[in-house]
Ligand binder design. Structure first.
Ligand code: MV4
Length: 451
């Protein structure tokens, strides 16, 4: 096992990782930007080192500064958390070259899954359902039109180097396809340095369902059930739950099998998430694979009782997974992301000093946060302030506990997304489990949140 881990991240996830390291008896080294001197992860770690100015590109994305800190502090491993360097194959490779363990998948697996078109091709060839569309990147207009004849309209053009909703265009007619194809390719080239795009049939009201997997690189890959992440806005997830209210036992078996197979054909090691779209007829399609620990991992932890960060560290240290092939789940968990944003003002950022902070507690409630009274949310990073996770024996109990917890939660000085969550939890469609990716847009009246 490792003696010391450097956490190449900040905020709640850095705190989350430090907590597990402490339980494992592993020393922790925090890194921080000039804007994060007073941050909780700096206070909780055994050691902390400033790696640069506030902008992420100068600090949390500054590979030379992070690697020299890792050498200086003599760490055995680096945990990248999510965001920043977590899915940078170049960074994972540099760690390897420096003989510091990257707590995540091998660089080759990150690279493979980073190309969404190649990943889709690989999954299709492995017999995993993918949305009808092109086999690989689109070469020219004639090929695009030929694919469109197969799939019909609407269809969607996606950037191979995109993902998470970046670089997508919905197309309704043959004329639109001509116009959008070259624009999409140019945009992808400018945004990602890779102009490759691919085409899929556009699904009108899918759900976003993802399967958590763990693979130890010694022949064992396990799936830890699914999360439903359909409640999102502009590709920002806001509320996630496990199990999905839309997934039957039969669909779950199929999703889990497909996810394990996806991880195996990719030569995947460590924690990962296989994303699917699910339509109203219970058809499911592989979308992409996320090669990191995700923001919403606690809902899986709450229903399985498994510490995913602990498993990540054990796997990276070369240990064998000792979990059953299909771990049992118990009850229902929901996560609400409390962001420093004003939902009544189009989710405008609301950074600044937090004057009062009284998080909820009590039965079935977990709060993952780096915030406290007197802390100032810096404007330079993402707006996540706290994740409130509610567990219940069933979905209704989890909802009731979440409503109770958010009602208790006192945050003053900044605006938060708490009023938005209360509106979702009270929504009749949500309560019936009728959520799909356009749920927020269609069913939540944001103007009613104006206070
Ligand atoms: C789609 C789709 C409909 N049809 N692909 C957005 C994020 C990226 N992972 C893929 N996304 C979508 N791909 C086809 N063929 C609809 C979306 C989509 C979406 C997916 C998951 C969660 C939220 C979403 C919001 C809008 C669109």
């Amino acid at each position: 096992m490792f003696n010391k881990i450097l956490i190449a991240n900040r905020g709640e996830i850095a705190v989350r990782i430090i907590r597990t390291c402490r339980e494992l008896g592993i020393r922790t080294a925090a890194v921080y930007s000039e804007a994060d001197r007073g941050a909780l992860h700096v206070r909780l770690a055994d050691e902390a080192f400033c790696i640069g100015p506030a902008p992420a590109r100068d600090s949390y994305l500054n590979i030379p500064n992070i690697m020299s800190t890792a050498e200086l502090l003599d760490v055995d491993a680096i945990h990248p958390g999510y965001g920043f360097l977590a899915e940078n194959p170049h960074f994972a490779e540099i760690c390897q070259d420096c003989r510091i363990t990257f707590i995540g998948p091998p660089p080759e697996a990150i690279e493979k899954m980073g190309n969404k078109s190649a990943a889709r091709q690989m999954m299709r060839r492995a017999g995993i359902p993918v949305i009808p569309g092109s086999d690989g990147p689109i070469r020219d207009e004639a090929q695009a039109l030929a694919v469109a004849r197969e799939t019909g309209f609407p269809l969607i053009i996606k950037a191979a180097a995109g993902g998470g909703g970046r670089g997508m265009r919905v197309v309704h007619t043959r004329e639109d396809l001509r116009r959008h194809l070259s624009a999409a390719q140019q945009e992808a080239e400018a945004a990602f340095g890779n102009g490759a795009v691919y085409i899929e049939k556009y699904l009108e009201q899918p759900r976003h369902v993802e399967v958590q997997i763990l693979a130890d690189g010694r022949g064992t890959t396990v799936a830890l059930g699914e999360r439903d992440c359909s409640v999102q806005r502009r590709h920002q997830k806001l509320l996630e739950e496990s199990p999905s209210p839309a997934v039957s036992a039969r669909l779950r078996r199929a999703l889990v099998r497909a996810a394990v197979r996806a991880a195996e054909v990719a030569g995947y090691v460590n924690a990962g998430t296989v994303e699917f779209l699910v339509d109203s007829d219970e058809h499911f399609y592989f979308m992409e694979m996320n090669t990191r620990i995700q923001v919403e991992h606690p809902v899986t932890e709450m229903v399985t009782g498994i510490d995913l960060v602990k498993e990540q560290i054990r796997i990276a240290a070369g240990e064998r997974l000792t979990l059953p092939r299909e771990p049992e789940t118990r009850g229902h968990a929901i996560e609400c992301r409390v962001n420093a944003e004003d939902p009544a003002r189009d989710f405008a950022p609301s950074a600044g000093p937090i004057t009062a902070f009284v998080p909820p507690g009590g039965p079935g409630i977990r709060v993952d946060t780096h915030a406290f009274a007197g802390y100032t949310i810096p404007p330079h990073y993402d707006s996540l302030v706290a994740k409130v996770i509610a567990w219940g024996r069933d979905r209704d109990e989890a909802i009731a506990r979440m409503q109770r917890a958010l009602g208790e939660f006192e945050v003053r000085g900044i605006r938060t997304t708490i009023p938005f969550h209360l509106a979702v939890l009270d929504n009749a469609f949500f309560r019936r489990g009728e959520v799909y990716v356009n749920f927020v847009q269609r069913r939540i009246d944001l103007s009613a949140l104006r206070s």
